[in-house]
Ligand binder design. Sequence first.
Ligand SMILES: Cc1cc2nc3c(=O)[nH]c(=O)nc-3n(C[C@H](O)[C@H](O)[C@H](O)COP(=O)(O)OP(=O)(O)OC[C@H]3O[C@@H](n4cnc5c(N)ncnc54)[C@H](O)[C@@H]3O)c2cc1C
Length: 404
Amino acid sequence: MRRSADVLVVGGGPAGTAAAILLARAGLEVCLLEKGTFPREKPCGEYLSPGCVPLLNRLGVLAALEGMEPQPIRGMRIETAGGTVFTGTYPGDGLPPHGYSLPRYRFDALLVEAARQAGVAYLEGWRVVDLVRKGRIVAGVVADSENGPQPFTAPLTIGADGRNSVVARRLKLFARHPSHRKVALVQRFQTQAELGDLGQVYLGRKGYCILNPQGAGTVNVGVVVDQRDLPLHQAWEGVFAGLLGAYPQVQAKLSGARPLNPLWVLGPLACHAKRVAGKGFLLVGDAAGYYDPMTGEGVFQALRGAELAAEIATQALGRGDAGLQTLKRYGVAYRKEFAPKNRVCQILQQIVSRPRLCELLGRHLEGRGEHIEELMGVVGDLLPPQRLLRPAFWTSLLMGKAHP
Ligand SMILES: Cc1cc2nc3c(=O)[nH]c(=O)nc-3n(C[C@H](O)[C@H](O)[C@H](O)COP(=O)(O)OP(=O)(O)OC[C@H]3O[C@@H](n4cnc5c(N)ncnc54)[C@H](O)[C@@H]3O)c2cc1C
């Protein structure tokens, strides 16, 4: 087994596999270290926004994904705590674009297989525990397996090891969000209910619940609440049942449903890396930052971030320079690409945490085709997020007559 490469990628989720595939196709020797063994579960809402579809196409895995017959998701039905409902499909010319829904153990295994086929040296069961440094430059990682810790070296290390990134932590770049402290409880169910092809979002007075249909009666159910609103000293199954009690419509759909996996509890969720590039390293996907599951852009940002990282890494290594000068362009590109959508997500979180404002906007949105289309386009990663950052969007929405 070779323990040196042009690039080391830590983590075999969407960000790591996508970066590894693109770098291997660019002719670089890539070694991907993954702590788990595939297929493995990844707690998630398991929805791929429509913006992921062209990225998966560019990655060359779309046909294989569609061959797995994932559930198409054509839009969202959103219900406020006061009972206002609005439904939006994703905008597009001709055939409506759609996202997909499928269990992550299937989606991620597909990407890992594509990485292997692209020539990536994929090593699973290797947990990265530390970094190798030459002075202030990251020169590789130390990874642990059943045979004990081993050093792996490369001019460039890409940390794609998720929300609790060891790479970001070892670099002392990991930071939790100071105030957005959400916890998610997620489980898949087999139901008798007719679930359709829309994501279903139920906004509660404290948090929200999302149903993501996966075909043939299976559904991914997630409840997200503020950490401070979690009851103490209770088994998580009881907490989940109690939180679902705030959503009687969801309870009705889950009546008689059978859980398909143990309950996942995760949080606090929001975190970011203080810097995403430096001497000998880049951070992509959740390792670079994650905010909130409500708007479902995590996989999109992982795949798109991998494209940006692979492009800049290829240039940097082509010049024999994995130092700061070329790599820091990734930090600039990363901010330019993701800061606007993250700002939109923060605005939407401000709205949903205020039930009366949420109700007001919900009533104004009912029947407002153009506004719903823009909202769905931005949330689905199809339209530039800047569209929702224009005050004109919000003033024209609020000035229009609300439904009684
Ligand atoms: C509750 C919840 C619901 C969500 N729902 C959605 C949704 O519906 N749609 C969506 O697009 N996004 C959703 N997201 C976000 C999405 O899950 C992530 O943004 C996405 O998985 C990020 O991909 P990644 O490759 O960066 O990280 P991950 O998918 O977390 O992959 C990281 C990989 O690194 C490996 N790893 C970790 N540490 C090490 C180590 N030390 N050594 C080696 N390997 C390591 C892990 O085993 C894993 O395979 C949700 C997130 C949460 C928390």
